[in-house]
Design a protein around this ligand. Structure first.
Ligand code: NOJ
Ligand code: CA
Length: 530
């Protein structure tokens, strides 16, 4: 990393990426569903306008036609745009408007499963002899008539669903409406590579790559062993098994290398892998630094850590120690799959959480709404939209304090949570707001070479509840200190000089400070130029 940091940075190195959940961002045509034209209307919030956050890229969760059993992660056409989001022309317009502001656009590539309504699957299930049958995985029942093996799907239940018409089971790692593609079949790889090129040719800057660990399964479909007594960082595996034969198979890396070759035929394109796994295993998906797999892959250990200094420290130390040389940790605290972090930690901790996220070495991925401290919905009326219970973190973006929150003037597809309490307009001009803090943190990352790309060096023993590190690049050095606790702490810093200038503070502190007598208030964070 140390020498690496001295070559010119690629655009994603140290970048801030902003996740847009398109259904919930901004509804331009009043049907209650967010759309592409709505995103264009709100680009001023993101980059290229006074008061913008200043993010480098946006990642759009799936915008493709889908019967919505998994809200777009069940795709029925890889090269189309869902009518409710707009048209291909609307996407082109969004890309052009974003690029004009220097904002890059990532789409969501969902390579491991289609929708049951995708023509490929409709053909495959039409007959055992169909030419596309082998694009998916079909298997005869076990001798007792039950599923062929014990694999459990990600949202519960067997990974196998019975297809009465052809008398076989098909395999799915997620909902039954999401049959897994068979990546051992080269025609599948060709088809997905073509889909990637379709978007890359239109000027898309890359993809977030969904659930890639599921691309390949054991050829013998062996039963998974029961989960051992060990608890992983990710808690108990809800499947009750060690997912040995259906997840993270070694051949998945061939699949990733294939995706990377497609992206690398274009200049400056980025692939960000989504793999819920330990950072040891993530290192493999980063090509162990060889530059032939993902450039970035989410390190979810921080997202999954509770608000405890030992857990945060462990996640940070493991990320720094285990990312291969020349690669960058990719952190997020929230996304559309997990409860929002303002809910998990408590709203009063949102500012320090943002401070930690945006001062660490790496890439920070924000989830729309976290910059204003949005929390999860507590009670949603009616039957759930998402059967796995993720509606609460997917409620619409709260732009204004009106009932529709400036998201829609129609009937929103999911009710807004609390726009009268939390909104962009309420925070926009308030220098002490969370939104202003995000803006300053992102601006400082861009202004400070050390903060954007500098080496991370943890400091220990600085305070009971204090995370501390320095960031350094070519003689530019900053100190970062963050008090996660509820008591004021007098810091015990190693020799770093007598004084420093506060570049940024969660509580608005300014000016020069004397390092020997520095105190941190509860939940206070400081970046100090050394
Ligand atoms: C991860 C996506 O983020 C999630 O929303 C989806 O349900 C699964 N992958 C399956 O595609
Ligand atoms: Ca709409």
């Amino acid at each position: 990393m140390h020498d690496e940091a001295r070559r010119p940075l690629r655009w994603w190195e140290g970048a801030v990426i902003y996740q847009v959940y398109p259904r919930s961002f901004r509804d331009a045509n009043r049907d209650g569903i967010g759309d592409l034209a709505g995103i264009v209307e709100r680009l001023d919030h993101l980059r290229g306008a006074p008061g913008a956050l200043g993010v480098d890229a946006i990642w759009l969760s799936p915008i493709f036609p889908s019967p919505l059993h998994d809200f777009g992660y069940d795709i029925s056409d890889y090269t189309g745009v869902a009518a409710e989001f707009g048209t291909l022309e609307d996407l082109d317009a969004l890309v052009a408007a974003a690029h004009q502001r220097g904002l890059r656009i990532l789409l969501d590539l969902v390579p491991c499963h289609t929708s049951v309504e995708h023509p490929w699957f409709i053909e495959a299930r039409s007959s055992r002899h169909n030419a596309r049958r082998d694009w998916f995985t079909w298997q005869d029942p076990a001798p007792d008539g039950g599923p062929p093996n014990n694999w459990v799907a990600n949202f519960g239940g067997s990974s196998w669903t019975w297809d009465p018409a052809t008398g076989q089971y098909y395999l799915h790692s997620f909902y039954p409406e999401q049959p897994d593609l068979n990546w051992r079949n080269p025609a599948v790889a060709d088809a997905l590579h073509d889909a990637m090129r379709f978007w890359l040719d239109r000027g898309i800057d890359g993809f977030r790559v969904d659930a890639i660990a599921h691309a390949i399964k054991d050829t013998h479909l062996r039963d998974n062993p029961p989960a051992g007594p060990h608890r992983t960082l990710f808690g108990e595996d809800p499947s009750g098994q060690e997912r040995l034969w259906n997840v993270n198979r070694p051949e998945v890396h061939d699949v990733v290398r294939g995706l990377r070759r497609v992206a690398d035929a274009y200049p400056d394109r980025l692939l960000v892998g989504e793999i819920y796994t330990s950072v040891e295993n993530l290192a493999g998906y980063l090509g162990r630094g060889a530059g032939d797999e993902f450039q970035l892959a989410f390190d979810f250990e921080l997202l999954l850590a509770p608000w405890q200094i030992a857990d945060f420290r462990l996640a940070i130390e493991r990320a720094e120690a285990l990312h291969p040389e020349g690669t960058w940790p990719t952190y997020a605290l929230s996304n559309h799959d997990n409860p929002r972090h303002a809910t998990r930690y408590g709203a009063e901790r949102a500012a320090l959480a943002a401070f930690i996220l945006l001062t660490l070495r790496g890439v920070a991925v924000l989830y729309a709404g976290e910059e204003i401290g949005m929390t999860d919905a507590t009670a949603l009326p009616g039957p759930p939209h998402d059967r796995a219970g993720r509606d609460a973190q997917r409620t619409p973006m709260q732009w204004t304090a009106e009932p529709g929150g400036g998201f829609t003037s129609g009937q929103p597809w999911l009710p807004l949570t609390d726009p009268q309490r939390v909104s962009v307009v309420a925070q926009q001009a308030d220098p002490s707001s969370l939104l202003s803090l995000y803006r300053s943190l992102i601006a400082l990352r861009h202004a400070s070479p050390a903060l954007r790309a500098g080496l991370h060096r943890s400091l220990f023993g600085v305070g009971e509840q204090v995370l501390a590190w320095t960031r350094e690049l070519d003689g530019d050095r900053v100190l970062v200190v963050a008090n996660m606790g509820t008591r004021t702490e007098r810091l015990r810093l190693p020799p770093l000089g007598d004084r420093g200038e506060v570049l940024l503070a969660t509580g608005g502190r300014r000016g020069r400070v004397q390092l020997a007598v520095l105190r941190l208030e509860p939940l206070e964070g400081l970046v100090i130029q050394l």
